[in-house]
Design a protein around this ligand. Structure first.
Ligand code: ATP
Ligand code: MG
Length: 250
């Protein structure tokens, strides 16, 4: 189980501000969680704090009761936490085949990298020898990154907007793939998404807004709330012409 206890994250700048505020969450084995909510609500920051890209200003992160708060990204990756970024990084000079083999080398089970590409809707013969560089389209890159996470048989797999840039035809296949890993492994899957079809995969849905968990419940309860527009995402602080910086006035 992954547990976040009173986790806050403040970004230091001219004016430090809290991106995550007192987050308390438990993610159990073999469950699918969907984190959703308005743009800027803190979803990617939550993913980054789980992966160790950001370190919390206060609070603890526990994996199977072990405190991993001060562990690096590499240590967390070794412990079985994986993260597919909202905008995947590209690696010049590496072929898709090498990237997938590297990812699969951490999996005790034998993984067929062609099957992995198929699972994300890409044809192995067209992609294995491609470079993982800017020549790949956004959607292709996104799918290859998802395949690297699927290769690893993880304890915790976090996918940040896996649907972004993926065409409608492949979207269904991707949803099926998430369902399959869920059946096959004990992986806890955390999907950050704005898509109803992804939300339908969830055991539980978490809504994040203004850096806080504004709602968390079983899928159907939250979906019904969203349909009734219960969870307003508007910021009441920002009113046109009021309390804005000097540049905005006049
Ligand atoms: N390194 C940073 N420096 C300054 N501000 C940051 C940093 N990282 C995140 N933020 C701010 O924190 C807030 C939360 O960002 P985050 O990326 O977590 O939102 P999100 O919920 O993933 O949004 P989206 O749905 O658009 O992907 C935003 O206001 C963002 O501008
Ligand atoms: Mg985001």
């Amino acid at each position: 189980m992954l547990e976040l206890q009173k986790v806050s994250l403040e970004i230091q700048g001219d004016k430090g501000f809290e991106i995550l505020k007192n987050i308390n969450l438990k993610f159990y084995e073999k469950k699918i969680y969907v984190v959703t909510g308005p743009n800027g609500g803190g979803k990617s920051s939550l993913a980054k704090i789980i992966m160790g890209v950001y370190n919390p200003t206060s609070g603890q992160i526990l994996l199977d009761e072990q405190d991993i708060t001060s562990m690096s990204i590499t240590e967390r990756a070794r412990m079985g936490i994986g993260y597919a970024f909202q905008s995947p990084p590209r690696f010049k000079g590496i072929k898709v085949r090498e990237l997938l083999k590297m990812a699969a080398s951490h999996n005790p089970e034998k993984v067929n990298i062609c099957d992995l590409l198929y699972d994300v809707g890409l044809c192995a013969q067209d992609y294995l020898n491609r470079d993982v560089d800017a020549s790949l389209s956004g959607g292709e890159m996104k799918r290859i990154e998802i395949a690297t996470v699927l290769a690893r048989n993880l304890k915790i797999a976090v996918f940040d907007e896996p649907e972004a840039g993926i065409d409608l035809w492949s979207f269904q296949k991707l949803a099926e793939t998430f369902r399959n890993i869920h059946m096959k492994y004990d992986t806890t899957i955390i999907l950050i998404s704005h898509q109803e079809r992804i939300m339908e995969l969830a055991d539980e849905i978490i809504i994040m807004s203004s850096g806080m968990v504004s709602a968390q419940s079983e899928r159907d309860i939250i979906l019904a709330g969203i349909m009734n527009n219960d969870s307003c995402a508007c910021s009441t602080k920002c009113v046109k012409g009021v309390g804005q910086s000097a540049e905005c006035v006049g």
